[in-house]
Ligand binder design. Sequence first.
Ligand SMILES: [Zn+2]
Length: 98
Amino acid sequence: MPKVKKIPQRMCVGCREMVPKKQLLRLVRTTDNAIEIDLTGKKAGRGAYICLEKECLDKARKGKKLERAFQAPISPSVYSEIEDSIKKLMEQKSTQSQ
Ligand SMILES: [Zn+2]
């Protein structure tokens, strides 16, 4: 019997549900207070997670949830970058499952 590994879960800033890390996009606040999308999950800094769902991004945007998570202002360009990344990752996912 293979050991069942506990899947690490993180809270999405949009829907505030616990979701397996792999299904989330990691965002990180770097030491110079810039917010970056962390596709590797290995960047240093304060992290926040969001589902690969436009709905969650909209919730986060409307509720200024990333601002709260990072205690830093988030420029609209960061949000559109996140939106692009989510779209790309969703596309990747759908091509992989075919
Ligand atoms: Zn979510």
